[in-house]
Ligand binder design. Structure first.
Ligand code: GLU
Length: 225
């Protein structure tokens, strides 16, 4: 289980994400990636290897200024450490959801088969990608990301700390934990999520530790657990 950082607020999202991921490098990882939502839409960059490889990728293909985003360092359990298997993973045919995940989804093969039968196309070998498509499927039914995550996690067996955002709603992150830690960092007019408070220590010293089974919605000015 490796590193998660998410941010919503006025600062440069990329700086917050890369700074947080740097502070989690000590945990070890094999690939890294970020997604941000801006006026230009949802943009994702990911790269196998060290964080510097991701930074090089972003230098080559710059990201727009953004005020919401998610970042991940991966320790591969399902699927080789390649660019394509790095997180974030995108959900649905419209690729409107972006998701990062720590942990292992034990019933991933079964879920993958069911989703493929419904026409979902997988682009990675990870267990994680099933969550992205499953939530997208539930989002189509409910029209609400929080409700979609609530319905999806009931179908997951295994461990997860996961953070999602929807390209059509740049105001909020939805997070869920079971068997893999997540901590919310509280700011003023900004909020953070991480798998490890160390990632956020220079930025805030006010934390909410999510408990097993918690699902939360974060905006700049609100936290609902
Ligand atoms: N099981 C996921 C994967 O292999 C997440 C690994 C992690 O916790 O970094 O992509």
């Amino acid at each position: 289980m490796c590193g998660i950082v998410g941010y919503v607020g006025p600062k440069s999202t990329l700086d917050v994400l890369l700074g947080g991921l740097r502070r989690l490098e000590y945990r070890g990882y094999d690939s890294a990636g970020v997604s941000v939502i801006s006026g230009a839409g949802l943009e994702t960059r990911k790269k196998a290897g060290k964080l510097d490889n991701l930074v090089g990728e972003i230098d080559a293909h710059p990201l727009p200024a953004a005020h919401i985003g998610i970042g991940h360092t991966r320790w591969a359990t399902h699927g080789a450490p390649t660019d394509g298997n790095a997180h974030p993973h995108l959900g649905g045919s419209a690729l409107k959801l972006s998701l990062i995940h720590n942990g292992i989804i034990e019933n991933h093969a079964n879920l993958r088969r069911l989703l493929q039968e419904e026409g979902y196309v997988f682009t990675s070998d990870t267990d994680t990608e099933v969550i992205a498509h499953l939530v997208e499927k539930e989002l189509k039914a409910t029209g609400n990301l929080l409700a979609a995550v609530q319905k999806s996690v009931k179908q997951l067996h295994g461990a997860y700390g996961t953070v999602l955002m929807d390209k059509n709603d740049s105001s909020r992150l939805v997070v869920a934990r079971s068997g893999s830690p997540l901590v919310i960092g509280l700011g003023i007019g900004e909020n953070f999520i991480s798998s490890d408070q160390l990632a956020l220590l220079p930025i805030t010293n006010r934390f909410i530790y999510l408990e097993e089974g918690d699902i939360a919605r974060l905006t700049r000015n609100s936290i609902e657990v």
